[in-house]
Design a binder for this molecule. Sequence first.
Ligand code: PMP
Length: 447
Amino acid sequence: MAIEQAYVESHPGSAALARRAGAVLPSGVTHDSRYLRPFGIYVDRAAGARKWDVDGHEYIDYVMGHGSLLLGHSHPAVTEAAMAQLARGTHYGASHEREIEWAEEVVRIVPSAEAVRFTSSGTEATLMALRIARAASGRPAVLKFDRHFHGWHDYVVGASSYGSKAPAGVPESTLESVVVVPPDLATVRETLAGRPDVGAVIVESAGASSGAVPLPRGFNAELARIAHERGALFIMDEVVTGFRWSPGGVQQIEGVTPDLTALAKILAGGLPGGAVAGRRDLLERLAFPLDPGVGKPEKIGHPGTFNANPLSATAGVTCLRTIADGQAQERASALAGRLRAGMNRELARMGVPGVVYGQASAFRVIVGRGTPPAPVDIDPRDLPADLLAGGMAGEVQRLLVLAMLNRGVHLFGNSGLTSAVHTDADIAQTLDAWAGSLAALREEGVL
Ligand code: PMP
């Protein structure tokens, strides 16, 4: 049976909810990445590495809370702590000890973090990091990289995956203060030499789209050096890589010290939360002056109703304490490596062009382009840049996602993330689903 037909017939409950959603939610969804034709699955519950939809299907989950669930769904320690907190209140409208503990964990784990300011999301974290950098440098412009994703606020949506001109609703004038360049150090050097108004450089620390287009070796260290040489601040966006690539993120692995770091996702243990962490003198720009007036730099204002709310703080503290020793990351990364290798083995065996690659516990899928890969886990920095930048055709991706759902696996579009609670049995089951899905795509004439 055709892939889409099989999906529609076996998901009547999701279809009904999608119809209802369409009446009140644009395209029926609440996050662009959840849009799927003819409709996405509606999930009823989740536990560990699995989730169940309203039609009773069980899935191995590789979306993993968009990367926030390194410990899997409903991790017992995080759940227990959050439930206890829920009963003690979710918003005190006052300070509480948990926010201090949360900040202390960040300072302990993230190498460059001397002080922390919590936000409610990663988008807010990059917005605040850029604001602090602009205030501290006294320069209005920032430099970002082509296709590097930093959330959806006005300063960063230009030339991300949304396209290369000002996106709908964003004034051109906003983007005049954002210089977008390809991730090439010679271009950065040249651009900064000609734009003394640039006060900050922000980078997705593993490369565009969580490492889908990886950075050349040594890129971050040299970028930090060039930025500092020109008096600009260096911001690492570790919203995805933080606490995942290693406890201390990419900066720990590469020994690079950013001035500011944007954090979110795993930070809050599966609840909403973000943070800017970094140099104390920079974070002090948020502090109230002890002696208002004379010679003090202007304070940066920062309200935010749910900043460091007790529930997110509690989940975050529990999660960070659980993952601080690096074992969860090692386990998730090893599983992802075996999955990537296994998926490439299958592509090679079937002679299907494409590749599955990634860093740490992330993987990205390309099928239908290039040549069949080597049957191993491939370092993405050894793959052709145009293959990685081009990705997979939209219709191939759609049918692949549907075919995998038909076989009990939920990919995150063209990518996925493992957690510390996926198992080798999950990997084996996923590889069966993968082989079956590739065969289905071939039968349908897509591959
Ligand atoms: N930066 C990066 C690198 C991200 O991947 C994301 C979200 N996927 C964000 C920032 C924005 O985070 P949030 O969705 O919490 O606003």
